[in-house]
Design a protein around this ligand. Structure first.
Ligand code: NAD
Length: 253
C-alpha cells in the first residue's frame, strides 16, 4: 500500500533512538523529508547517516525539549531547511517510575513539563502552518499507561492520559482544516530505555512471556503504525489512542 506521503516534511522529536528513530525510518522509507531532534549529538549524527540511506533530505536539530524555548527553535529550523511541517511525531523521554507517595512535587513539575507541556508546545507551534495549508498529521507517542493505570507509574499514568485527552480534544477542533491528530500507546518495545529498566536478555525474554504474542515488540513495529497514522491512507482515523502492545492490555475499549 502506498501511504501517499512521499514529499511530505516530517518532524520526529526524540528521533535519534528507539521508537522515534524507527518512526523517522518508516517515514523516510515512505518518501518523507525528515527532521529529527534529540539531545545527544553523536546519536543524532548516527541517526542522520542511517536515515540518509532512504535518499530523502534529512536534517537534525540538537535540542532538549525540556527547555520551553526549544519547540519553537526546532520547528522554525525545520521549516527553514525542509519547508513547512506536514507531519509531527511528538516523542521523547518518559517520566521516572514511582508510586504516588514516592514522587515529590518537583517530580510532578518535571513530568508535566516534559510529557504534557512539551507535547502541547510542539503541537501549538506546528498547527498554524498545517491549518493554513489544509493538511497535517500529528501523532503523539505515549504509553499503555494512557489507557490503563499501571502499578508504580504514577507520573506516567497521569501525564500520558492527559496527552490522550489533548489528542481527543484537538482532533475534534482541527479536523475541518485537514489536520488529524492521533496517539500511539506502545507496550514493551525493545529499545535502550526498556533494556535499561528491564535488565539482561533473560529478563527481556521473561518480560515478553507476559505479552500474548510471546515477545516484546520491535521499534519498527511501532514506527510503521506511526507512519500509517501520519499518512493519507489514515484519512478517516482521528482522535484515537492506538495500542501497539502485542495484546497485553486487558482494557476492552
Ligand atoms: P529511548 O530512550 O530509546 O529513546 C528516546 C529518544 O528521545 C532518544 O532519541 C532521546 O535522545 C530522546 N529524548 C529524550 N529526552 C529528550 C528531550 N528532553 N529532548 C529531546 N529529545 C529527548 O526511548 P523509547 O523506548 O524509544 O521511548 C520513546 C517514548 O515511548 C518514551 O516516552 C517512552 O516512555 C515511551 N514508551 C516506551 C516503551 C518501551 O517499551 N520502549 C513503552 C511505552 C512507552
Amino acid at each position: 500500500m502506498d501511504l501517499g506521503i512521499s514529499g511530505k516534511v516530517a518532524l520526529v522529536t526524540g528521533g535519534s533512538a528507539g521508537i522515534g528513530l524507527a518512526a523517522a525510518r518508516s517515514l523516510a522509507r515512505e518518501g518523507c523529508d525528515v527532521c529529527v531532534c534529540a539531545r545527544n549529538p553523536e546519536r543524532l549524527a548516527d541517526a542522520v547517516v542511517e536515515l540518509q540511506e532512504f535518499g530523502k533530505v534529512v536534517h537534525a536539530v540538537l535540542a532538549d525539549l525540556e527547555d520551553p524555548a526549544a519547540a519553537r527553535r526546532v520547528v522554525e529550523e525545520t521549516r527553514d531547511v525542509l519547508g513547512p511541517i506536514d507531519i509531527l511525531v511528538a516523542n521523547g523521554g518518559g517520566p521516572p517510575a514511582g508510586r504516588f507517595e514516592e514522587v515529590g512535587l518537583d517530580d510532578w513539575d518535571v513530568a508535566v513539563q516534559r510529557n504534557l507541556l512539551g507535547t502541547v508546545r510542539l503541537i501549538r507551534t506546528v498547527l498554524p502552518d498545517m491549518r493554513s495549508r489544509g493538511w497535517g498529521r500529528i501523532v503523539t507517542i505515549t504509553s499503555r499507561s494512557a489507557r490503563e493505570a499501571l502499578d508504580g507509574l504514577a507520573l506516567s499514568n497521569a501525564t500520558r492520559s492527559a496527552v490522550a485527552g489533548v489528542v481527543r480534544t484537538l482532533a475534534r477542533e482541527v479536523a475541518g482544516d485537514g489536520v488529524l491528530v492521533n496517539n500511539v500507546m506502545p507496550g514493551p518495545i525493545d529499545t535502550e530505555r526498556l533494556r535499561s529498566t528491564t535488565g539482561d536478555e533473560e529478563a527481556l525474554l521473561k518480560r515478553g512471556q507476559s505479552v500474548p504474542v510471546g515477545r516484546i515488540g520491535r521499534a519498527e513495529e511501532v514506527g510503521d503504525v506511526v507512519a500509517f497514522l501520519a499518512s493519507e491512507r489514515a484519512s478517516f482515523v482521528n482522535g484515537i489512542s492506538m495500542l501497539v502492545d502485542g495484546g497485553e492490555s486487558r482494557v476492552i475499549a
